[in-house]
Design a protein. Structure first.
Length: 267
């Protein structure tokens, strides 16, 4: 999710000087340009899906890597301002891969394709910890990654609990720190986005166990492609291509090839 998702939203593009915009960029009839964020957890998947979309649409596909100020491998969000995204979609690319399809999180000048991967949040613990959120006692600590869907839902669940039996919630800035605090015993159970958790475990060689979420209905996160709302034709074309990739089994093969922990979206 981009960094401006929590800012005040507008139905108009950012009021940028024309000096920053390329007024002569024209959409070619036989090509399409995709941007992707190089440090995103979905980067390999984004490249593969964009390439396959171009093949379905019989278009030459240009894949444009975008590097930002934050160059930490495995980011689970795209750290672009609204102004930066507007400039990229105006000057560099027709579409930007890898955006969380969060309802109400974006200004109306943006539109999105259907999802090309569905992902989930998971609950996890240590080998010696409890097996379910329902087993936690009053005062036990659940760790989350701040400002994520899992953090929000867990906070709502804890607020609804009887004060005498209420758990505690510790939100951390990233999944790496959450895993560290789980393994050192600070928290009993963690809740995180599955691709981010898998990336950290693969990077560190640490292991955790899956636990039941109990009464907490863990959220899901769908990933799609951002475009300018003015490009409705492109959006319809992208939706068609993604539908074809789902129907012919190519999307399932892509997920397997890049070993991304997600599912083919349902129709």
């Amino acid at each position: 999710m981009p960094s401006f998702a929590h800012a005040q939203l507008s139905d108009q593009p950012p009021p940028l000087s024309r000096d920053f915009l390329n007024d002569v960029r024209n959409l070619e009839g036989d090509s399409i340009d995709f941007c992707y964020y190089t440090n995103s957890l979905t980067a390999d998947l984004d490249i593969a899906v964009a390439t396959s979309i171009g093949e379905i649409l019989l278009l030459d596909t240009n894949i444009i890597p975008i590097d930002g100020a934050i160059s930490i491998p495995g980011l689970d969000f795209i750290p672009l301002s609204e102004e930066e995204l507007f400039m990229y979609l105006s000057n560099e690319c027709d579409a930007f891969m890898g955006f969380s399809l969060a309802p109400g999180a974006y200004p109306e000048w943006l539109t999105f394709s259907r999802s090309y991967v569905d992902t989930r949040f998971v609950a996890f613990g240590r080998d010696t910890s409890v097996d379910s959120l329902s087993d936690l006692q009053a005062g036990d600590i659940v760790g989350t990654v701040m400002l994520t869907e899992g953090d929000t839902l867990l906070g709502s669940l804890i607020t609804s609990q009887n004060e005498a039996s209420r758990w505690r919630r510790f939100p951390y800035p990233d999944t790496n720190l959450l895993v560290e605090r789980l393994l050192d015993g600070t928290v009993e159970i963690g809740v995180a986005w599955e691709p981010s958790l898998e990336f950290i475990l693969d990077s560190t060689g640490e292991s955790v166990k899956s636990v039941s979420a109990g009464t907490l209905s863990l959220p899901r996160r769908a990933i799609g492609i951002a475009l300018s709302s003015a490009d409705s034709f492109y959006r319809n074309s992208l939706d068609f291509a993604i539908d074809e990739l789902i129907a012919n089994g190519d999307l399932a093969q892509i997920l397997d090839d890049v070993q991304f922990p997600g599912e083919v979206p349902g129709n």
